[in-house]
Design a protein around this ligand. Sequence first.
Ligand code: IMP
Length: 196
Amino acid sequence: MKIIAATNNKGKLMEIEEITRNLDIVVRSLSDEGIKVEFEETGTTFEENALIKARTVRSITNAPVLSDDSGLEVDALFGAPGVYTSRYAGEGATDDENIDKLLFAMKDVKNEKKRTARFVCALAYIDEKGEEHIYRGECEGRLTFERKGKDGMGYDPVFYYPPYKMTFAECSHEMKNAVSHRSAALKKFFEDVKIK
Ligand code: IMP
């Protein structure tokens, strides 16, 4: 089955490709399909934004479409940056700028047990019949006080995963993919559409 991944984010694409590599599914990126779109992330939840992206791409193609909207919820910041995760330091902000702003916002939270956070991933899937499906995955961790590790995407260098005693930027892709919010949501999707 061919599925178009409705994302321009290289980190997400790479993870989706890694997680689906041995499955009976071909994931094509927007650029593979020659699709150029800008997404208007006007939703107030990850699920709404995932649907907006999937519908935008589905309006240009008849193939099944899978989109990802994800981000970070920090308990000490009452769930922020949430749906603003990618533009936390402003529209077009780099990962480094976003991380700097987050570490600054957390500077007075000195107790590591109070620095709890979770990555959230909402996947929207529009199937061949045009029916819409939503899957959500979460991964609990803690914010570090400084960047650790060179690998990974986005906020990985400041997301410490306690069972591994490492940030997501320090562990291997296989380790991250075994427990991440994205793989948790993808597993629900695979089960639902019977992809093995
Ligand atoms: P979106 O493209 O609007 O869904 O924004 C997702 C935001 O969350 C971006 O800033 C990503 O860097 C960040 N993000 C999502 N998933 C991860 C992850 O697995 N690791 C690190 N950052 C992530």
